[in-house]
Design a protein around this ligand. Structure first.
Ligand code: BDR
Ligand code: CA
Length: 309
């Protein structure tokens, strides 16, 4: 599988990169970066370092958007640390010189191999929206798109109704969800149930090797923050679950297919992902997306450990 990864590493983004990098059947054709968990300069530097750490130093990294389409950026240093990786220093790596932006890179790659490249979007959707503006045929040029974002039938994580990636750029998310991609939305509906628990973390702690050691350090920081959010010592594996669903849709054990729009004007609900749950197809307003509602969590966590081994 050929994959373009758009991300804001970010602790869980780092784990998603590790997951894909460990699979020899995956060709990572490019990585785009975006503001989100940290400023784009930081997420870009992190992506370069992480690709080297996870054995893919040759993947080109293109820096993307530094801010959302309309609103001001809101970074998440309180969750991911000031360096985006829980303050953990990953060895520096040399950046392959890429003069194009993430949106330009995605458009170029999609045009060069129509129908062959899948997209995994793990941060605010600004780069994908910019790519759509450059190439309105993008939905026909790429294969599948898997987005980590949204909270459809569950509460949000940054506001009562909004999930961070969508809330960071609601206009971009709305453009992407309405564009007609073959799109799977891996939302908080499933990611908040894909928890790295204490016993799973202990297993990780017992593993040898650099990847496992770094993953354990990142996740220990993340769990410290998540514990206050979840009320138990665990953390949600948002982005790695999206990566796993991209590689193997069979991990999804239940899903619904329905149109999803993003609320852009609500006083209390801006950034909310509003699904059209009506059953009459004729009342639906736009092309549907696939929303997983249940996944095989034990199998996913077992695969995550194998990827870090
Ligand atoms: C999403 O927000 C970011 O903080 C995480 O990396 C993940 O992509 C979860 O809401
Ligand atoms: Ca992310």
């Amino acid at each position: 599988m050929r994959v373009f990864i758009d991300c804001d590493p970010g602790i869980d983004d780092a784990l998603a990169l590790a997951y894909l990098a460990a699979d020899s059947s995956v060709e990572i054709v490019g990585v785009g970066t975006v503001y989100g968990n940290a400023a784009v300069e930081t997420t870009t530097d992190n992506a370069v370092r992480l690709l080297r750490l996870f054995g893919r130093p040759d993947v080109p990294v293109s820096a993307g958007a530094a801010r959302p389409l309309v609103q001001q950026p809101r970074l998440a240093a309180h969750v991911h640390g000031a360096n985006g990786l829980g303050g953990i220093e990953v060895p520096a790596a040399e950046r392959i010189d890429v003069s194009e932006s993430a949106a330009e890179a995605l458009v170029r790659l999609a045009r060069s191999a129509p129908g062959q490249i899948s997209v995994l979007a793990l941060g605010p959707l600004t780069n994908l929206a910019l790519a759509l503006a450059l190439e309105p045929q993008l939905p026909q040029l790429v294969d599948r798109v898997v987005v980590m974002g949204g909270a459809v039938r569950v509460p949000g994580n940054v506001t009562p109704w909004a999930e961070a990636n969508v809330n960071n750029d609601p206009e971009a998310a709305e453009a992407v969800l309405g564009a007609g991609f073959d799109l799977t939305l891996v939302a908080l509906d499933v990611t908040m149930r894909a928890l790295a628990t204490e016993s799973w973390l202990e297993e990780l702690a017992g593993m040898e090797g650099e990847r496992a050691r770094y993953a354990h350090r990142f996740l220990t920081y993340y769990v410290d923050w998540y514990t206050s959010f979840l009320g138990q010592r665990a953390c949600a594996m948002h982005d790695p679950l999206a990566a796993a669903v991209l590689l193997d849709p069979a991990l999804v054990t239940e899903s619904v297919t329905l149109p999803v729009q993003v609320e852009l004007t609500g006083t209390h609900t801006r950034g909310m992902t509003v699904a059209d749950l009506r059953t009459r197809p004729e009342s639906r307003s736009r092309a549907p997306v696939v929303l997983p509602t249940a996944v095989d969590v034990p199998e996913f966590l077992a695969r995550m450990l194998r990827a870090l081994a």
